[in-house]
Design a protein around this ligand. Sequence first.
Ligand code: NAD
Length: 418
Amino acid sequence: MSQPCRHYEVVSQLVEKAAIAMQLDPQVKELLREPMRTLTVSIPVKMDDHTVKVFKAFRCQHNNVLGPFKGGIRFHHQADEDEVKSLAALMTYKCALVGLPFGGAKGGVLCDPSQLSAGELERLSRGFVRAIAPIIGPDQDIPAPDMNTNAKIMGWFVDEFAQVRGVYQPGVVTGKPVALGGSQGRTEATGRGIMYVTREAATAFGLELKGATAAIQGFGNVGSYAAKFLYDEGCKIIAVTDIFGGVYDPTGIDPYQLKEHELKTGSVRGFTGTSPISSQELLALKCDILIPAALGNQLTAENAGDVKCEWVVEAANGPTTPEADEILQRKGILVIPDILANAGGVTVSYFEWVQNNYSYYWSEEEVDQRLEKVMADAFDEVYETYLSGEGTTLRVAAYMVALQRLAKAMEARGWVTT
Ligand code: NAD
């Protein structure tokens, strides 16, 4: 399904579309064309069977005109440099779009975490921190969790960084355990942000969320919280898949009970009262809201013609290829783009970093209120650009808003000739 080696090209095409629509200064486009730095490292890990295994990993820093680089770390058996570069670029545009003082970065460790013991996972995580320590820091580059990484791993990051640098700096990563200066509400933030943006879009485009049907691919951090928050808004979750399979119930699935089942059994499969469904079948289900919340490149030229939903809300990064995007547009399906839909995670990461800098911590309620405002404002800005006729789709409009901010900062810093 995934099409390796064209991820970065895809993001560049998205930028190009918006650049043409807004007549972007070619100097700005040139400065954003390639990432500023991509570090490739080899991490030796002592395995439980007393052998040594070397893992390949990357940290890509795309652009930092707006502030320190910011972006998650993904542990995945298909992580590669091209994908990491594209995800780093998406972070540059996402942070700019929601108005955060951050640039874009991403990390990828080529490994299959399901095959690692707890000890091996910890040694690999700490090895990665040692390898990238020279280029990260609270004012330089701030990692966070992404696929297959979590608060526990971020805790090891803080500790290892303190040992390497000799200073305890919790602001070096976000998504940490609350005990180490993590923010209230960070774990749920991406899913909660998806709900806020969907709710704003529902008001703007006239969809009644109460009773609206939703199908979700991926039931990890993002997918499961998106499911819970949308369910709380009255949506009917009719299908969910994970890497092992999926469940379908046209009368609606309770995502809270589904999570309990998944925690007990390791998968959503076999949840009481449901019938099995594959990810491909889920993507083609008739429903109001389709939420890809797993990997990139899931909606492609091959399957986009079969999509029967009203809206695609991109919870995953880059789930729709440009060819699929055009097919969906022709079919009149509204796509809420990833850089807008899933920006809740990095927004609360920013709140966490601010709280670390001040050593003063906010309540969950305060975090959620601020998150809601950031997401609603970002949606409004994209929607206004979309309505002004300049952007042909919400995606183009979102990139236009982001590029405008990047261009202004480049001009103000004297990076381009005026
Ligand atoms: P996760 O590791 O917590 O969960 C991933 C989920 O996807 C799991 O349920 C897994 O079983 C499922 N999955 C994997 N391969 C699949 C396949 N082929 N078919 C169906 N399901 C599959 O990861 P996450 O943090 O929830 O991230 C999911 C997506 O959201 C990624 O694209 C990530 O880049 C993006 N994202 C995450 C955050 C965040 O804060 N975690 C923020 C923004 C964007």
